[in-house]
Design a protein around this ligand. Structure first.
Ligand SMILES: CC(C)(COP(=O)(O)OP(=O)(O)OC[C@H]1O[C@@H](n2cnc3c(N)ncnc32)[C@H](O)[C@@H]1OP(=O)(O)O)[C@@H](O)C(=O)NCCC(=O)NCCS
Length: 151
């Protein structure tokens, strides 16, 4: 099993499976300070997560786009997990923690892990069960935060 960085034409077909934000384009997800990761075993897909590196915590998709705009060279300190889904029970949790580890190695400027989540029980149960705190309840979203050790 390995965690891969999705690129155009390399596992990017998985992005069409996103059940949380199906309207977001591949171009949005893979441009600016944004990236997507997938957990795969050979060609078998297990889970995927999309992350935006931002300067501030967004409350909606407009802010998500605005706060993660710019070149890949930016040093935005907040990783926003704005969608996560699994193909097999248990792998949502697995990719969450693998993605946190990947960021600590590959994006060393990231200091916070925060979500932009829909207001529903799936997101709430999933994130609180995995140890996140509820940072902010907004009009149409919730931000959960995973407190990580500072390097
Ligand atoms: C949320 C998700 C990623 C979790 O996947 P997973 O880690 O592979 O594991 P599971 O499906 O075993 O769910 C883990 C926990 O998530 C929560 N959960 C999952 N499905 C749920 C549902 N339909 N209603 C309420 N809580 C749910 C529960 O806390 C569950 O733990 P439990 O089974 O012990 O009650 C997966 O259910 C999924 O892909 N959902 C659709 C997309 C989504 O809603 N993503 C989260 C919002 S960003």
């Amino acid at each position: 099993m390995k965690l891969i960085l999705i690129q155009p034409g390399y596992f990017s077909h998985l992005l069409k499976d996103d059940p949380v934000r199906p309207h977001l384009s591949e171009n949005f997800r893979l441009s600016g300070n944004r990236l997507c990761l997938a957990l795969v075993c050979g060609n078998i897909k297990q889970a995927a997560v999309c992350v935006a590196l931002t300067c501030k915590v967004p409350k909606n998709e407009i802010e998500l786009e605005r706060f993660s705009a710019g070149s890949q060279g930016d040093k935005n300190p907040i990783a926003i997990f704005y969608t996560i889904w699994s193909y097999k029970k248990g792998f949502g949790r697995k990719i969450l923690f693998e993605a946190v580890k990947w960021l600590s190695t590959n994006k060393t400027h990231v200091k916070r892990i925060v979500t932009l989540s829909p207001k529903n029980n799936v997101a709430r149960n999933f994130h609180t069960k995995n140890g996140a705190i509820e940072l902010s309840v907004n009009k149409d979203s919730v931000n959960f935060e995973y407190l990580i050790e500072h390097r």
